[in-house]
Design a protein around this ligand. Structure first.
Ligand SMILES: Nc1ncnc2c1ncn2[C@@H]1O[C@H](COP(=O)(O)OP(=O)(O)OP(=O)(O)O)[C@@H](O)[C@H]1O
Length: 205
């Protein structure tokens, strides 16, 4: 059973077709990169796979179920705009998916992403890079089948890019399919698979 199955997906936003007949099947726990120019449709495809948007036409399935069934342990999302709860602490934000499911979670990811020292600080009182790593830790906390990460290195310096790359590699080796939308060559260099989008279409390789 494929972990991600995107079948003949087209999607329009504001009357403009931004994805056009996308087919994509990913079936291994690896790091897969979604690359392409700004505006090529990467974030839109991320949102469809994470189930927070429904395609205009076509079908998106994750782990054999419609992507729209919200289950953070099946598919999680690091959105570009992060969507943290600003008054909750860093640790509370990271552990939120576990709390909502009443399931146990291993907080080691806080340490792995350099967040331990600020774990008890409200998210609103942290830097943008720290907030992005908090949202990344939240996406990885349940060890989901699929983690969809939109530009996870966008606000990181070189040292923290390395922490992010290590966290992605750890997630992939522990059974998560990590799908990363990025322009960052350092992420592309560690990818097991690269999918290129151009004007809303997958470029044949
Ligand atoms: N709400 C919207 N209404 C109309 N058009 C939109 C809307 N949101 C996005 N678009 C358009 O959809 C296209 C794809 O956007 P998307 O954010 O998916 O691209 P992207 O590849 O992720 O870009 P970037 O690398 O800059 O984040 C762009 O042309 C964008 O202008």
């Amino acid at each position: 059973m494929p972990l991600i199955e995107v079948h003949e997906v087209s999607h329009s936003r504001g009357g403009t077709r931004v994805l056009d007949g996308v087919d994509l099947t990913l079936d291994a726990a690896t790091t897969a990169v979604l690359a392409g120019r700004s505006g090529s449709g990467k974030s839109t495809l991320c949102h469809l796979i994470a189930g927070v948007m429904t395609p205009t036409s076509g079908r998106v399935q994750v782990a054999g179920r419609p992507a729209q069934s919200p289950d953070w342990a099946t598919v999680s999302l690091l959105p570009q705009r992060l969507a943290l709860e600003p008054t909750l602490t860093v640790a509370e934000n990271v552990l939120l998916p576990a709390g909502l499911r009443r399931s146990a979670a291993d907080p080691a990811v806080l340490d792995r992403l350099g967040l331990s020292a600020i774990a008890d600080r409200p998210a609103r009182d942290t830097s943008l890079g720290e907030q992005q790593r908090t949202a990344l830790a939240r996406a990885l906390i349940l060890g989901p089948a699929v983690a969809v990460l939109d530009e996870p290195t966008a606000h990181q310096d070189d040292e923290h890019v390395q922490l992010v790359l290590d966290a992605l590699a750890t997630a992939a080796t522990t059974g998560t399919l990590v799908l990363v939308a990025t322009h960052d060559q350092r992420v592309i260099d560690i990818a097991g698979q690269v999918i290129r989008l151009h004007s809303g279409r997958v470029v044949p390789t």
